[in-house]
Structures are given as structure tokens and as C-alpha cells.
Unconditional design. Structure first.
Lengths: 144, 172
């Protein structure tokens, strides 16, 4: 009786031994999972990465490898770095928004008789800012 | 008599590492200069030269430099953190964004309080309460990373759920 092969051994058309390093993380019911990882990293590299890790962390590693592989297949140019760049930009936009709001609060604290300025009249507010807010470094620095 | 062809003195980093002749149309040569040997070494260690070659071949030439840079970034991240790789950075940025959103909500509430308690009520203050930040993917089964930040055309949910990778980097 032939025991079920894991997705990796099925893909690689080889016998799945009891100590197969892939079997726990690439079950036969999800062939696409291994196919994605193999396409980007190669089975050999994945095995090396998993082998160097303690058993307790291999599942997590397999999961992140799969996620990154999916991202790279979806976006061959940027992969998951595209996500990082988007998140970084969102964070930057949020920080700018927060700084602007906090500056407005600080201004009103010092000038309680002045009413809060609305967004349509922001040019008046900008002229009163004591200094320019310096945003963090751009996402391009990730690539240096 | 053997044909002793002169060795190329300008082999790219990839061909040097792979110990092969660097041809004029080498796909790696424009992006892996010989003075940056570690860049290709890291990419090769994580992805393998063959896979990198295939990825580069399928993207337009004008985008190959960005592709190489992003692969180098991912490789660096994976070598530094074999368990989480880039996902560690994504989880961290998501956490920071949640905290930022919290701070922003508080700040806006304070600003709105000024509007509500201002002495002159003739001109009501209309604050823009729309936060133009892209939504984050919901994370089924993972409490720590379920975010949503309003509306935007940028949709990260197409990448699927992101499990809870917020345990910090693994450094062997």
C-alpha cells in the first residue's frame, strides 16, 4: 500500500519518505501551495531554509515563504516589497496627517480665542506653522 | 590544440560566482556588477540563479532593475530572518499603522472638542474626517492584524490573509 505523498513529492515525482521535510507543511490537498513556493525559491532552497530552523518554527517559515511566493507571482517586479512600499506610504501619509492635527491643536492651545480652521482654509493655517514637518525617508531607501 | 579564449575581465558578479563565462547578453550583467558580489550571492542563496533568471526574463527590460532590487531586498530580509523574511516588516508596519490610526483618532477628537467648545459658534467648523488610507486585509483567525482604514482604490486584500506574524524576528 502506497502512503499518500505530500504535495512536494507529488510535484517532484518522487517517493515521499516518512522523514520528508516538506510533508508537514505542504499537504497533498493543496498542490498550488508547493507549486508557488517551488516556482520562486526552488525545492532545494526551501528545504535548506526549513532544515536550519527548529521544528517549532518551520510551519511559520513555510507560511511566510508561501505568502512571499504568492506576492512575487502576482507582482513579478516588486513582490511583497510592493506591499511594504504601500504600507510605508500609508504610514507616512498618516504621520503627516497626525502632525498637522497636533500642530493645529498646539496652535489653538496657545491661541484659545481663535477658532479651529477648516480644511478649505488650510492656507491660513500653513502660514502660521512655526516649522515644516519633515516626513520620514521615502520608501526608495528600502532598496539601498 | 586547445582554443584558449581570453577570459572576460569584466564578468558580472553572477557569472563570477557561478564560475562561467559572462556573455555580452548575460541577463544578470546589467544588474549585478562585479563590485557588488554579495548582492548576487544573497539573491542566489535564497532564490537560485535559475529562478532569478526566469523572473527577469518575464518582466520588461525597463523594470528589471526594480525587480532585482526588490529580490535583493527580499533575500536580505530572508537571510536575516529565516522564519519571517519580509513578512516581519509587513507585520511591523501594520502594527505601527494601527497605533497611528489610534493616535489620529484621539487627536481629531481633541480638535473636534475645540470646535464644540469654541466661544464663537457663528461659523461651525467642518473638519475633514476622511482618512485617506488604504484598507488593510482582514486576517481571519488572527486578532492582532485585522485592520481597516476607510476607503481607497489601493486594495491589499488581493494578497490574501496575513497570519499573525507579530512575534518579532527570529535570529538564529
Amino acid at each position: 500500500m502506497i502512503s499518500a505523498r505530500c504535495a512536494a513529492c507529488k510535484y517532484l515525482r518522487r517517493r515521499c519518505h516518512s522523514d520528508c521535510i516538506f510533508s508537514l507543511y505542504f499537504p497533498p490537498n493543496d498542490p498550488q501551495r508547493f507549486a508557488s513556493v517551488h516556482k520562486i525559491y526552488g525545492a532545494s532552497n526551501v528545504a535548506k531554509i526549513l532544515q536550519q530552523l527548529p521544528l517549532t518554527l518551520r510551519a511559520q517559515a513555510a507560511e511566510t515563504l508561501y505568502f512571499e511566493a504568492k506576492c512575487r507571482i502576482e507582482d513579478p517586479v516588486y513582490g511583497c516589497v510592493g506591499i511594504i512600499s504601500q504600507l510605508y506610504q500609508q504610514l507616512h501619509n498618516g504621520e503627516s496627517e497626525l502632525a498637522k492635527t497636533q500642530a493645529e491643536i498646539a496652535f489653538l492651545n496657545c491661541n484659545p480665542q481663535v477658532q479651529p480652521i477648516d480644511e478649505a482654509n488650510s492656507s491660513n493655517f500653513n502660514n502660521l506653522l512655526p516649522h515644516q514637518y519633515c516626513p520620514p525617508s521615502t520608501p526608495n531607501s528600502w532598496f539601498n | 590544440m586547445k582554443n584558449h579564449e581570453p577570459r572576460s575581465s569584466s564578468s558580472c558578479a553572477a557569472c563570477k560566482l557561478l564560475k562561467r563565462r559572462c556573455t555580452p547578453n548575460c541577463i544578470f550583467a546589467p544588474y549585478f556588477c562585479s563590485d557588488e558580489p554579495t548582492k548576487f550571492a544573497k539573491v542566489h542563496k535564497v532564490f537560485g540563479a535559475s529562478n532569478v533568471s526566469k523572473i527577469l526574463a518575464e518582466v520588461p527590460e525597463e523594470q528589471r532593475e526594480d525587480t532585482v532590487n526588490s529580490l535583493a531586498f527580499e533575500a536580505e530580509a530572508r537571510l536575516r530572518d529565516p522564519v519571517y523574511g519580509c513578512i516581519g516588516a509587513i507585520a511591523l508596519l501594520q502594527r505601527k499603522t494601527v497605533e497611528l490610526q489610534h493616535d489620529l483618532t484621539i487627536a481629531r477628537a481633541r480638535l473636534a472638542l475645540y470646535a464644540a467648545t469654541s466661544s464663537s459658534s457663528s461659523s461651525s467648523i467642518i473638519l475633514d474626517d476622511h482618512v485617506s488610507m488604504a484598507p488593510f486585509p482582514s486576517v481571519p483567525g488572527c486578532d492582532g492584524l485585522a485592520y481597516s482604514f476607510g476607503q481607497s482604490s489601493s486594495d491589499l486584500s488581493r494578497y490574501g490573509p496575513l497570519n499573525d506574524f507579530g512575534h518579532g524576528p527570529y535570529i538564529s
